[in-house]
Structures are given as structure tokens and as C-alpha cells.
Design a protein. Structure first.
Length: 255
């Protein structure tokens, strides 16, 4: 397992947002995290990325415990994420947004950057070249100098993925990557995610409500409802599970 969560519980005051959640994501797997609004999915992402510290339980990544690490340390370990609500730097170009992802990888000292020594310029050229390669891979290179928020919604999603790839991750967390996309954009995104998984040797954990998108991508899914696991298994089995149907559609026996 590249990622293992063991008995994760998260309480906010008297509210239990997550109740003893355990699961693992295999190396190279695309794993889906689904459930109704308020089920605890984004809370789980925030725990994995260090934004929240769980009330109890452990998170292991690449066979090391990361439960108490700060978010920037977790990025350095190899976990990147995108967000449900797109978070791009609105005044910056597409290229500059992606360059942010390389920030901690620059191989020069503070003094070398201040004094503008040769290694500073060499590293800046290397990083810019790599950023352009990622943009080209995602078919965004023609927008490199465009202000990021001037792009279409679907292309802004791709910029977020590009920035995540720039951190050189082993695992990417995608929070509703297909939200707001039309069917053609969604189909293209599914193909892109699969190809990126293979080309960049990634493991992927995603939150998504579009079950057709989930079925096209995910080997396995975990379904949450009110902070509890109600199903884990193959995506095509989840949509036929009685507990999953009840969580999404209600109890027809009492309707």
C-alpha cells in the first residue's frame, strides 16, 4: 500500500465527522472516495494532507507515519492535491502557477538567489523547461503566458493538475476533478488521469460524485455516509449496494 489509514476518527466539538475509518490505496491504483454531501470526504483529504490532525488514528504513506507532519512536509514526502473549488493564483500566468509547484525543488541557496550566481540561473532554466514540458503534456503550453483565471473552467482544472504534477508526487488527491465539466470534457479528463497515472508512475485517490466518471477510472471505491464506511469494493458493485442506494436516494421502504 502506498497509503494506509488506520482507525481515523475526527471530532469537531461534539460532532463526529469521521468514525474509525480504515482503508488503503495500492501503488499505481486509482481509488475512489464517494458518498453524499457531508459524508466526510474532504475532511479525510484534509487529514491526509496535514491540514487537520485526527482525533485518533494514523496515516501511513510509503510505509512511514505522517499523521503529525505539517502540510509542506507532506508535499515534500510526495503527496499533492487539487481542490473542489479551484485555487489558482488569479493574477499569475498559467506558467507561473505551475512554477509554484517547483518551489521546494530548486537546487540553489538563498544567497545564490540574492546574488544571482550562475547556479541560480541554471536552476531557473531547468525548472522552467520542466514546467513547460508538463504544460505541453496537458495540452496547455499555448496558454503559458495567459492569466490562469482567463481560461475555461476545464482548462483551469488542468492547470491545477499541472501544478500538482510539478511537485513530483507519488500520490495525487483529486477533489471532484470533473465538477462543472461537460460530458466531453469529463471523458477527456478520465483518459488524461489514466494516462498520467501510467506516465508519471502515480497513485491516485479521488473524490467524485459523477458515478460514470468513477466507473471509468477507479479499480476500487470507498463509500462514506455520515462519517462511516458503508461500502468498500469494486465501483460497479457499489451502485447496486442497498446501503449505498439508501445513502444517495433515501429509504424507499419509508418514503
Amino acid at each position: 500500500m502506498i497509503l494506509s489509514l488506520k482507525n481515523i476518527t475526527m471530532k469537531f466539538g461534539g460532532v463526529t465527522a469521521l468514525n474509525s475509518i480504515s482503508f488503503g490505496v495500492k501503488q499505481g491504483e486509482i481509488y475512489g472516495l464517494i458518498g453524499p454531501n457531508g459524508a466526510g470526504k474532504t475532511t479525510l483529504f484534509n487529514i491526509i494532507t496535514g491540514n487537520y490532525k485526527p482525533t485518533s488514528g494514523e496515516v501511513e504513506f510509503d510505509n512511514r507515519t505522517i499523521t503529525s507532519l505539517k502540510p509542506h512536509k507532506i508535499v515534500h514526502k510526495g503527496i499533492a492535491r487539487t481542490f473542489q473549488n479551484i485555487r489558482l493564483f488569479s493574477s499569475m500566468s498559467v506558467l507561473d502557477n505551475v512554477l509554484v509547484g517547483f518551489d521546494f525543488q530548486a537546487n540553489y541557496s538563498y544567497f545564490e538567489s540574492i546574488l544571482r550566481l550562475p547556479r541560480f540561473f541554471e536552476e531557473e532554466r531547468r525548472i522552467k523547461k520542466r514546467a513547460m514540458e508538463i504544460l505541453e503534456y496537458l495540452k496547455l503550453d499555448k496558454f503559458a503566458d495567459t492569466t490562469a483565471t482567463d481560461l475555461s473552467y476545464g482548462d483551469q482544472r488542468r492547470v491545477e493538475i499541472a501544478r500538482a504534477l510539478a511537485t513530483n508526487p507519488k500520490l495525487i488527491l483529486l477533489d471532484e476533478p470533473a465538477a462543472g465539466m461537460n460530458p466531453n470534457e469529463t471523458k477527456e479528463l478520465a483518459s488524461l488521469i489514466k494516462q498520467a497515472r501510467d506516465d508519471f508512475n502515480l497513485s491516485i485517490l479521488l473524490i467524485e460524485h459523477d458515478m460514470k466518471f468513477v466507473n471509468a477510472l477507479c479499480e476500487r471505491v470507498l463509500v462514506l455516509d455520515y462519517g462511516k464506511v458503508i461500502f468498500e469494493g469494486k465501483a460497479h458493485d457499489a451502485i447496486r449496494d442497498k446501503e449505498v442506494i439508501r445513502a444517495y436516494l433515501g429509504d424507499f421502504n419509508h418514503a
